[in-house]
Design a protein around this ligand. Structure first.
Ligand code: F6R
Length: 241
């Protein structure tokens, strides 16, 4: 693991965007695994700026997002499809048909997850996977549990995740309790992984991810087994190492 300790969210975002931009320049038809949440917003803003300045071109890029709430329509402003359109896709020249997010409206979980697996396979996996990390060590919505789940699956969100995400919803009752998430297998098969984290509320999870035992109780700990992981985190997030 290569760990960059940065001073601020802005510095983290700039560095993360330069790594993604390099990937796009080196391989213009890259498959990018993308994340939502507050961590990558600044990274996406930096990528939009680089695009507007003419440094990067998304026209041949494919994106495959990590997750989506089950039951939310793409037009719901809390859906991850809406987030991606709003924070990145609407501002760059990516072909929307080449952007994938699990289908939150498909209530048949087996079908939703099976279809997503086929999409990931058909593009030959992910070149660069961007990850945030949950306070409980989740990546995507791979929540702590008795075993790592390899494939795309429907997951019950833990109370910790519901608590962390309720700030985005009008009330806690509005937070969906289930989500579709890419599995640990697809994340680990990505050629390169970029994990970003900011703030003291991530310090526990980061310490366990980097130094703790590899356990499904801390899903991100499996990243210790990946050969090309770059972590960009601020001092607070790395304060318990
Ligand atoms: C979102 C995702 C989640 C978030 C994590 C951290 O697509 O995969 O694992 O990365 O919950 O969220 P923030 O960045 O809001 O702290």
């Amino acid at each position: 693991m290569m760990i960059y300790k940065v001073k601020s969210y802005e510095e983290m975002s700039k560095k993360a965007a330069s790594i993604i931009a390099s990937q796009i320049i080196i391989k213009p038809d890259s498959v990018l695994g993308l994340a939502t949440g507050s961590s990558p917003v600044g990274t996406y803003q930096n990528l939009i700026e680089l695009y507007k300045k003419g440094y990067i071109d998304f026209s041949r890029i494919t994106s495959i997002n990590l997750d989506e709430y089950k039951g939310l329509e793409p037009t719901n402003n809390q859906s991850y499809r809406y987030f991606m359109n709003n924070n990145l896709f609407d501002h760059v020249n990516i072909d929307k048909k080449a952007t994938f997010v699990p289908d939150g409206l498909e209530m048949d979980s087996d079908k939703a997850c099976g279809d997503y697996e086929k999409i990931i396979e058909s593009y030959g996996g992910i070149d660069l996977q961007l990850l945030g990390i949950g306070r409980n060590g989740h990546i995507g919505f791979n929540e702590p549990g008795p075993a790592f789940i390899k494939d795309t699956h429907c997951t019950d969100l833990t109370q910790s995740t519901i608590d962390a995400n309720k700030r985005f919803f009008a009330s806690e009752e509005d937070v969906p309790h289930q989500a579709y998430s890419m599995g640990i297998g697809s994340i680990m098969k990505a050629k390169k992984i970029l994990l970003i984290a900011c703030g003291e509320d991530k310090a526990d999870a980061m310490a366990k991810t980097i130094n703790g035992p590899i356990t499904p109780e801390v899903p991100a700990s499996i990243l210790q087994l990946h050969k090309d992981v770059v972590i960009i985190a601020d001092e607070a997030a790395l304060s318990k190492l």
